[in-house]
Design a protein around this ligand. Structure first.
Ligand code: G6P
Length: 624
């Protein structure tokens, strides 16, 4: 969420910044801007809208070898030119300051900020007491003014002014700041990622490693409560208490972070079609034919510790939370360990009981979602056993958990999660298998699951082959204004994710219910213009689920059945059938996700939506 890029060195800064912003645009795309140090002056350009709008505004040539850039996802203040970052502010020196020692009578700084300043009202009051008034509606400009005001009053360096200002701040931030006449870039982090890229005679910083990978593979992550000063020749890091920090550089695996659209129209389409390969990568080296189980080496828990687990709690946000609901179901049904999933943000704020024999698992594609990270920290603080299931290698959550599993799905760029979601499900299936084989799942049953998982990439391939048919069905429903998605027990989280995909990218109102709940309320809304998509896996509950179809049909509601059952009554009852292959029940969420992803994608395409960058959303939500 919000992309930050900074550069100081020997290249034309604007080129580096704009390339970086292009890579970061998926993190937030309602406005963008850059500040460049040009002949000792800070020059700032910013515009509401996508990066294109900024590019139209820029002169053909911008000289200058250091600068900062930002692509925004609005929190405080609507997307507008004025609210866009960088915030360049100028504060006059106090009258009583000895101006003979200060040839410049003003202090100017430029700042980009990712996060939320929670006590911005209080900081604004202090500024107003000094007759300082922000121009924009943002908390970020209040922070910029606070820094500039401290710098002007105390005649300190920009680094020190940032440090003193941040000591007053409550909230989350990743910042990059600069001032005229200096090529130094000041960085700081609390809750929002900032990564330093180390070059030869040049230094970079970004909120996401993908923006650095074309320039350098050597990086170091700022930790919460750290500030840094970048010069072209190096960097220094210190804590908010002004204690120097010793940092170790790591080498990026560029393959795992680079993303290119190639010949595809959208990243979402590319990522949907990649799933046979991404699922194969998630499985790779983790299935054990000898003991008919799986091995997740990164758990850092031996068999005895795994046997001691009495309960599993899964936490995530958005699609990760829906995947976690399916994961809890897999673990409970296969390993017979009580499992449940909860939205990470809600968990954190209800003063949760942390139990010694419960295993807590946070799930996140980006590894940076603030609510999930905060839940992880709360669990750690209370002494809980904490694992992470994460896609982004080296992300904050991956670094903070006690152990875990990487999904290896590769970078996911489209805001709507597809391949990361299916890889989360695969990791849950592997975990459920490992836990179950330590308990009472027989070797024969284990062997069936190992084989089923090995066959999964091929099953996904077969499901994807139905794209043309799904596209036709989607086109016939794209003009509805509301849709229901229903399923029973294990099919309910699948319905939740299906509704999520549709609403995220097509803006069609979509809601999911357990099919059994229809009659307790939602049925009132069923009409000939409100379709219902029923998720009907081939299982014991099929008979019961068919009665939901009957109830909807009796109210003239259009029906789409998503099923892998050969039951002949389904095509008679439903107006359209989306087919998934028959498979072991543990694979139902994976194979059924595919038609739902394609259905949402083609509805959104038919409506001419911006599929990869849907309105109001962002890929990685690093604020509360
Ligand atoms: C955002 C994205 C969702 C995603 C959620 C959790 O809201 O728009 O697509 O599911 O964050 O993201 P995570 O990176 O933690 O999986």
């Amino acid at each position: 969420m919000c992309g930050i890029i900074a550069y100081t060195g020997k290249q034309t800064a604007s080129t580096v910044l704009l390339q970086g912003l292009k890579q970061l645009e998926y993190r937030g795309y309602d406005s963008a801007g850059i500040s460049v140090l040009s002949r000792g002056k800070l020059r700032t350009w910013k515009a509401a809208g996508k990066l294109e709008a900024l590019l139209h505004l820029l002169p053909t040539k911008i000289s200058g070898k250091s600068g900062i850039g930002h692509t925004r996802w609005a929190t405080h203040g609507a997307p507008s030119d004025l609210n866009a970052h960088p915030h360049s502010v100028t504060v006059s020196l106090p009258d009583d300051q000895n101006r003979s020692n200060n040839p410049e009578s003003t202090v100017t700084i430029s700042l980009v900020h990712n996060g939320i300043i929670e006590n911005s009202e209080q900081l604004l009051q202090q500024l107003q007491d000094q007759q300082l008034q922000p121009q924009s509606e943002t908390d970020s400009e209040i922070l910029a003014l606070t820094i500039a005001s401290i710098k002007s009053q105390q005649s300190v360096s920009l680094l020190e002014a940032c440090r003193l200002a941040l000591l007053q701040v409550h909230g989350t931030y990743g910042i990059a700041a600069m001032e005229p006449d200096s090529s130094d870039i000041i960085l700081a982090r609390n809750g929002s990622p900032v990564i330093i890229g180390i070059g030869e005679g040049e230094m970079f910083a970004a909120s996401d490693a993908s923006a650095l990978s074309r320039h350098t593979r050597e990086v170091t992550h700022l930790e919460d409560g750290e500030l840094a000063c970048l010069t072209p020749d190096g960097y220094q890091v210190q804590s908010l208490n002004a204690q120097p920090s010793i940092k170790t550089a790591i080498t990026l695996d560029v393959q795992s972070i680079n993303h290119q659209l190639g010949d595809y129209a959208h990243f979402m389409h590319k990522e949907i079609l990649e799933q046979p390969a991404t699922i194969a990568r998630t499985l790779s080296g983790r299935l054990d034919h000898r003991f008919n189980t799986s091995h997740l080496g990164g758990l850092n828990l031996d068999a005895r510790e795994l046997l001691d687990i009495k309960r599993i709690k899964l936490l995530g946000c958005g699609s990760a939370y829906y995947a976690a609901q399916s994961g809890a179901d897999m673990i409970e049904s296969l390993a017979r360990i009580p499992g449940d999933a909860e939205p990470a943000a809600e968990f954190r704020y209800r003063n949760p009981l942390i139990e010694r024999d419960t295993l807590y698992i946070v799930v996140s594609q980006s590894g940076e979602t603030y609510d999930t990270l905060a839940a992880a920290r709360e669990i750690k603080r209370k002494g809980g056993k904490l694992l992470g299931i994460v896609n982004s290698v080296g992300s904050t959550i991956a670094r903070e958990v006690d152990g875990g599993v990487y999904m290896h799905a590769g970078p996911e760029v489209s805001v709507a999660s597809t391949k990361a979601y299916s890889s989360m499900l695969v990791v849950f299936a592997l975990l459920a298998l490992q836990l179950a084989r330590i308990r009472d799942l027989s070797p024969q049953q284990g062997a069936h699951i190992v084989q089923a998982l090995e066959d999964l990439p091929q099953l996904i391939e077969e499901t994807l082959a139905q794209e043309e048919m799904i596209k036709t069905v989607a086109a016939s429903y794209a003009d509805v204004s509301s849709a229901f998605f229903v399923g029973r027990t294990s099919a309910y989280p699948i319905a939740l994710e299906g509704a999520q995909k549709l609403k995220e990218i097509s803006y069609i109102h979509a809601e999911a219910y357990p099919a059994s709940e229809l009659k307790h309320g939602p049925l009132a809304l069923i009409s000939p213009t409100t379709p219902t998509l029923v998720v009907l896996p081939d299982n014991d509950l099929l008979e019961k689920s068919l009665s939901a179809l009957e109830e909807i049909k009796a109210r003239q509601g259009p029906l789409i059945a998503l099923t892998n059952s050969p039951d002949k009554r389904i095509p008679k009852l439903a107006d359209h059938v989306l087919k998934a292959p028959q498979c072991h029940p543990i694979l139902h969420p994976m194979v059924m996700a595919i038609p739902l992803q394609l259905f949402a994608y083609h509805c959104a395409l038919a409506l001419g939506r911006d599929v990869d960058q849907p309105r109001n959303l962002a890929k990685s939500v690093t604020v509360e």
